[in-house]
Design a binder for this molecule. Structure first.
Ligand code: BTX
Length: 322
């Protein structure tokens, strides 16, 4: 609950010093034995805590395993993920997030699960979400005022945030239209945006992101072994899921605020700079099959291409042979 959250805040801001049980008891307004109980709970979560007589407590290491308390440890956001709902196993974090949003969950609430048994992609496609290997999370976004039309831009904004975050790790990230995150020609992450809206008013948006992190090849579902990848497969390094999610949430919050304040134009260019196969000729299937060169993205998320006659075409849902 709230006390635990404050305890973690206090300890994480005193990383290099000891905080005594008495000080903690005063700051949190709980008994010393209650402090001690909380400390034991943190140990169960995987925190390494050093307790020194007459000095107090100090946390040496935050856990590798995904947990709400470990996610909070280093999270430097103002609102995104400040409420974390952590689950071991769910059908889909989207479903949980929708439920919470209907029950008035706060803007920025994030639902994270170790495992999804019915993870989903767009158009009810399947999303492989193995236990403890990736990040499967849904953020509840309540825009103060944005039209449903602009809400769909949020998916593109999120793709740019993810791309920026991972590029900082030296990965060569591409965004494959509309919103697949690609590395080395394989899918690393996907985004699913769902919204609850009236005619001209968005009640809430559920921004779902799935990212393969510590998967070895054999951990990927057979149906995607040939076309998917994970951060481990790309970098040969196992990552701490808590740290990675913190970094993603920080980037997403920053980009969301830029989008709300300055609009979409900055993101259009950024998106295009990451666009998979931009400037290349591909084939598109509509009634017939024709050649198209990827030029960029339209404000509303459509893909802009030119055909062999040099005519610009705007694609909304055409089948592209990548
Ligand atoms: P999408 O429809 O673009 O992608 C789904 C397709 O991607 C599948 O048909 C399959 O071919 C392939 N695929 C399935 N699982 C994986 C995987 N783990 N890695 C790479 N490729 C895969 C993309 O949909 C949106 C995915 C959003 C997932 C998040 S996880 C948290 C939240 N909860 C939930 O149920 N969905 C979202």
């Amino acid at each position: 609950g709230n006390t635990r959250k404050r305890l973690i805040d206090i300890l994480s801001s005193h990383k290099d010093t000891y905080v005594s049980g008495q000080e903690l008891s005063n700051m949190l307004n709980i008994s010393r034995s209650a402090v001690w109980k909380h400390m034991n709970e943190l140990k169960k979560d995987g925190y390494q805590i050093e307790g020194v007589t007459k000095k107090g407590y100090r946390i040496i290491n935050s856990p590798n395993d995904l947990s709400a308390s470990a996610l909070q440890w280093d999270l430097k956001t103002d609102w995104l993920g400040q409420e974390i709902v952590y689950k071991e196993q769910v059908k889909s974090t989207q479903l949980v997030a929708h439920e919470l949003a209907r029950e008035d969950a706060k803007h920025g609430t994030v639902v994270v699960a170790r495992e999804q048994t019915e993870g989903r992609g767009r158009m009810r496609r399947y999303w492989d979400s193995k236990d403890g290997l990736g990040l499967w999370f849904s953020s509840i976004i309540r825009p103060m005022y944005i039209e449903p039309k602009r809400a769909s831009q949020l998916t593109l904004v999120a793709a740019v945030a993810i791309a920026d975050c991972l590029s900082k790790k030296g990965l060569d990230i591409k965004i494959k239209w509309p919103n697949d995150i690609f590395v080395g020609g394989r899918k690393l992450a996907g985004i699913l945006t769902e919204m609850q809206a009236e005619q001209d008013f968005v009640q809430y948006i559920i921004l779902g992101i799935g990212m393969n992190v510590n998967h070895e090849i054999e951990d990927l579902h057979d149906s995607i072994k040939e076309k998917a990848t994970s951060l481990f497969l790309e970098t040969r390094e196992k990552m701490n899921l808590n740290h990675l999610l913190d970094q993603l949430l920080e980037e997403l919050e920053l980009k969301y605020e830029m989008f709300i304040e300055d609009g979409f134009h900055l993101f259009k260019e950024k998106w295009e700079s990451y666009a998979y196969k931009i400037g290349e000729w591909l084939q598109v299937k509509t009634n017939n099959t024709w050649d198209a060169k990827v030029i960029g993205i339209h404000e509303d998320g459509a893909l802009i291409v030119t055909d062999r006659q040099d005519q610009e075409q705007v694609l909304y849902s055409a089948e592209i042979i990548w």
